[in-house]
Design a binder for this molecule. Structure first.
Ligand SMILES: *Cc1c(COP(=O)(O)O)cnc(C)c1O
Length: 826
């Protein structure tokens, strides 16, 4: 851009021409470059360009964003509040462009800037990694669907300064690096300091030996500062809000000590206050037990409820209307303190009586359970409540006293049942059972796939399902097709729209109309080309970012998700070793060339999961170095799995690995993303994979292994050693590991894997399923050789993925749990 253009912009600015019209986007962009960064547009960095594009898009949506809130205040519809400790958002730029429908303009105007490398501009945006995995990504998909369905909604969470750690791989080991994603100002967020809320804390925090310790007494406050992010519904009509709370200390924090000269002490207090939202806990599926996490949950709940109540009071003066105007969804038990906090607000602030407050609380709250793993069920020491929020503890005790009376009336003399159902666990230090609190204090408890909801009802919380059968329901998860198909896979999305029109974007069931096209040879050929192009793009990206070289002519087989024993990455790599051993035994066997992609982070404290990463990397290296396997099988560990990596790898994948031990994956959502991008699934009958196979027909799926019932019933007699001793391939594969074939330089490092599999009973039953897994993999390989048959199945999978849109899931929540309707913006 020439300086004369810049001068023109300057002139416009002087004339107060910051007016808004659909023609001024380009000028907004130029103006942001010039004035936000004070650089000439042709000298700006890609990062500065990104910020300018993002800010000009924000300009574009600002008025609609205000209008959305204004409309809700005027029409006073029932509003939905989604409380979640995690929102795994990823990048926002492409998604906002797509959902605002301004792509043509961005392409023409901004990409015509000769100094702008669009791809690089997109890449400079850091992933907002405010979540661990599926649970956080679900929250992100849900708020997008809520906005697209024009449902009045706010997402509430925390503004962690450090998101999920960045994973580097060194010598095959996972290394964790801090993810300082806010190091540069985030152009999407808008802070509203005037809507800051004050949160009472009944103790003070001190640093002792580098640990944060809560010290009783000396009650203080924390400030919750709202940072809002726009949530753009597809079509750009509704712009809802994701409100993330940042912790701060009040300006008068220990003001007395300032005057008394303890200047340093006051600054330390301030730093400690701000520590509350410093970092996301990186544990997936285990409870993080630390006091700071407890304070984070308390802080998030208090800030959000204060805000919700303030919004409610803006347009309603009768507390009895609360359940008619407010629906609060608790994403897992992390925000379950909301039960006690809402009661506190209704009792202490609104001055209602207990019974009325209780009915309103139960009528307003609803709870989603996400896991069947007992170690993930949250329990908090009574002591933490005493220290931080003693009033909430009083309320929990009173809820429990009344609830126990009900239980005794209903089941007289059944003491074991009463102690199972109590909100308080008495053994080993008193603890509050957050799932029990959430179920008792809400009108709805849902699981996230049919099998999960069934197991929840019949096994995990059977006592509660018996007492409150009407509260239990299922809402099978979904993912947003805007991000996971339309934006992530432009070629396939384009082909689909050309073939059946573009109504599928907001009505994914329409994909069924692709079914007849399985018989259309030219469609199949174009479908094949989109997959091939995606594989090439991924191979190029991988080479340029990691130096690893992969061959798009091989089958791309992906298992990308958190590393966890129940997800069984170990089963996958054991199968790879079986294949490798077959090649070593007889190099002449037919084996379609395959690239096995793994990606995923392990919780930093989860030693076995980290060792599995090391095993995967070591197996990969040995296979690469051995001429017998080179070019035939390859193992690639893609570092730092996040939303952006998923968006690249999923469209390029032929085979989706969904191989959890049956009964342990609540739903899965990765499975759905792969299905809508035309991968074939090899998987167990677990989570939503069961429903995916139902939709497409089992003949289009590659299901194997024990089902959930068989897993449960064979536990008593299951013997991993039997498999080791009686299955030659299993034994050979394991012996390669145990004899340090993959760890020549570090002998013995994989001993914990042997112990887990052979000495400690192989809890997740890898060896039970290895044979049927290998057989099913063989069938997949054979089918791949018949390229036409393969593509037909892939098309059927895409065509039958409609159920797994989060639009469908949200429509079900709205109709069956929230009783919420759309409120369109004029
Ligand atoms: C979808 C997604 C997940 C969840 O994957 P599962 O296979 O369902 O466990 C986790 N992380 C990221 C980055 C995702 O996009």
């Amino acid at each position: 851009m020439s300086k004369t253009v810049d001068q023109q912009i300057l002139q416009q600015y002087e004339c107060g021409a910051a007016r808004f019209s659909d023609k001024t986007g380009h000028e907004h962009y130029q103006r942001h470059l010039l004035f936000d960064h004070v650089v000439w547009p042709d000298e700006a960095s890609q990062r500065e360009r990104f910020e300018a594009v993002a800010r000009s898009l924000r300009d574009l949506l600002a008025q609609r964003w205000l209008l959305t809130d204004q409309t809700y205040d005027r029409e006073n519809p029932k509003r939905v509040y989604y409380l979640s400790m995690e929102f795994l958002i990823g990048r926002a730029l492409t998604n906002n462009i797509v959902n605002l429908g301004v792509e043509p303009y961005v392409r023409e105007e901004l990409q015509s800037d000769p100094h702008q490398d669009w791809k690089e501009v997109v890449e400079t945006e850091p992933d907002a990694g405010l979540g661990n995995g599926g649970l956080g990504r679900l929250a992100a998909c849900f708020i997008e669907s809520l906005a697209t369905l024009q449902i009045p909604a706010v997402g509430y969470g925390l503004r962690y300064e450090y998101g999920i750690f960045r994973q580097a791989i060194e010598n095959g080991y996972q290394m964790e690096q801090p993810d300082h994603w806010l190091a540069q100002p985030d152009p999407w967020e808008v802070t509203h300091p005037r809507q800051t809320v004050q949160i009472p804390i009944a103790c003070r925090f001190e640093l002792q030996d580098g640990m944060l310790r809560a010290v009783p007494g000396h009650a203080t406050h924390l400030l919750g500062v709202p940072y809002d992010r726009p949530v753009v519904g597809y079509g750009g009509q509704t712009i809802n809000t994701l409100r993330l709370w940042g912790a701060a200390s009040p300006d008068h924090f220990n003001f007395g000590e300032f005057s008394s000269g303890d200047f340093v002490g006051a600054i330390v207090d301030r730093v400690l206050a701000e520590t509350v939202t410093r970092v996301l806990y990186p544990d997936d599926s285990t409870q993080a037990g630390q006091a700071l996490r407890f304070v984070q949950e308390y802080f998030m709940v208090c800030c959000s409820l204060a805000d919700i109540v303030a919004r409610f009071r803006r347009t309603n003066d009768d507390w009895r209307l609360l359940p008619d105007k407010v629906a609060i969804q608790l994403n897992d038990t992390h925000p379950a303190m909301a039960v006690a906090e809402l009661m506190r607000l209704l009792l202490d602030e609104a001055k209602l009586g207990w019974d009325e407050a209780w009915d309103l609380t139960v009528g307003t709250l609803a709870y989603t359970n996400h896991t069947l793993l007992p170690e993930a069920l949250e329990k908090w020491p009574v002591q933490f409540f005493e220290l931080v929020c003693p009033r909430l503890l009083e309320i929990v005790y009173e809820i429990n006293r009344r609830f126990m009376t009900d239980v005794q009336q209903r089941y007289p003399g059944d003491h074991p049942r009463a102690s199972r159902m109590s909100l308080i666990e008495e053994s080993g230090g008193r603890q509050i059972r957050m799932a029990n609190l959430a179920i008792v204090g809400s009108h709805s408890t849902n699981g996230v796939a049919q099998i999960h909801s069934d197991l929840l009802r019949t096994r995990v919380v059977a006592d509660f399902a018996e007492m409150f059968p009407e509260r239990f329901n299922n809402k099978t998860n979904g993912v947003t097709p805007r991000r996971w198909l339309l934006a992530a896979n432009r070629d396939l999305a384009g082909l689909i729209s050309e073939s059946i029109g573009d109504t599928w974007i907001t009505d994914l069931g329409e994909l069924r109309r692709l079914l007849p096209l399985t018989d259309d040879e030219s469609f199949r050929s174009r479908f094949r080309q989109t997959k091939r192009a995606a594989k090439e793009r991924f191979a190029d990206w991988l080479k340029s970012t990691t130096g690893q070289i992969v061959d798009p002519d091989t089958i791309f087989d992906s298992q990308i998700k958190r590393i966890h024993e129940y997800k069984r990455q170990l089963l996958n790599i054991l199968h790879v070793i079986v294949l490798y051993d077959r090649l070593r035994t007889d190099p002449s066997i037919t084996l379609p060339p395959r690239t096995f992609f793994f990606a995923g982070k392990a919780a930093p404290a989860y030693r076995l999961a980290k060792l599995i990463i090391k095993l995967i990397n070591n197996v990969g290296r040995v296979i690469d170095e051995d001429p017998v396997s080179r070019g035939r099988i390859k193992v690639v560990f893609v570092p730092n799995y996040n939303v952006s990596v998923a968006e690249r790898l999923i469209p390029a994948t032929d085979v989706s690995e969904q191989i959890s031990t049956a009964g342990y994956e609540a739903s899965g959502t990765g499975n759905m993303k792969f299905m809508m991008n035309g991968a074939l699934t090899i998987g167990t009958r677990d989570g939503a994979t069961i429903e995916m196979a139902e939709e497409a027909g089992e003949e289009h799926f590659f299901l194997f292994g024990l089902n959930a019932e068989q897993v449960a019933s064979s536990r008593r007699w299951y013997s991993p050693r039997w498999h080791y001793e009686n299955e030659p391939e299993t034994r050979a594969a394991l012996d390669l590991i145990f004899n340090d074939y993959f760890s020549r330089d570090e002998p013995g490092i994989f001993n914990p894997i042997r112990e887990s599999l052979l000495d400690h009973g192989d809890y997740f039953m890898h060896l039970a399923d290895l044979t049927s897994y290998a057989d099913t993999q063989q069938k997949l390989g054979t089918l791949y050789a018949d390229s036409d048959a393969w593509v037909r199945k892939a098309v059927v999978n895409v065509a039958c993925a409609g159920k797994f849109s989060s639009d469908r899931t949200i429509a079900e929540y709205a109709a069956e749990i929230w009783n919420a309707l759309p409120c369109p913006i004029r």
